[in-house]
Write a protein that binds this ligand. Sequence first.
Ligand code: F6R
Length: 241
Amino acid sequence: MNIVIAEDYDQMSRIAADTIAECVRALPDCVLGLATGSTPIGTYECLVADCSAGKVDFSGVSTFNLDEYVGLAGDDPQSYRYFMDQHLFDHVNIDKASTRVPDGSNPDAAAVCAPYDEAIFDAGGIDLQLLGLGHNGHIGFNEPADEFPVGTHIVDLTERTIEANSRLFDSADEVPRQAYTMGIGTIMGARAVLVVVSGEDKAETVKAAFRGPVRPEVPASVLQLHPNCTVICDRAAASAL
Ligand code: F6R
């Protein structure tokens, strides 16, 4: 595992965007795994600017997002599909038909989850997976648990995650209680993984996840076993290392 310490959020975002752009330039038809949340917003801003400047071409790229709330359709402003459209897809030259997010409007988990993993497999697997890190060590919506879930599945969100995500809703009551998420196996199957982490409030989580023992109670700790994982922390997030 390679841990890169950036000066601040902007530099973290720039390094992450450069890594993604390099992947796209090397493999114009690459498959990217993407994340939502506050942390990658700056990365997407850099990629939008790079694309506008003609430095990166998304026309051959396909994408799979990590997760989606169950019960939200893609045109719901709180959905992760909407987030991706707003922050990236609507502003780069990607073919929208090549962008996939689990279908939160479909309550039938069996119809959503296994086909999602099959679609990733059929696309040739994920070349580069971008991840954020939850305060409780979650990646995607793989919450602390007794075991590592393998494939894409439905999860009940923890109170801590509901509370953390409630900042984006009018109230905690409006945060969906379930989500579809890639599993740890899906994520570990990516050929390269790139984690972005910012802020002092994540410093202890960074230490537990990337310097502590590998255990499902800290889901991100499994990334220590990935053969090609880079973590980009800003100084504040790296302050407990
Ligand atoms: C988002 C996701 C989550 C976030 C994590 C950190 O698709 O899967 O695991 O990456 O909750 O979120 P932020 O970046 O908002 O702190």
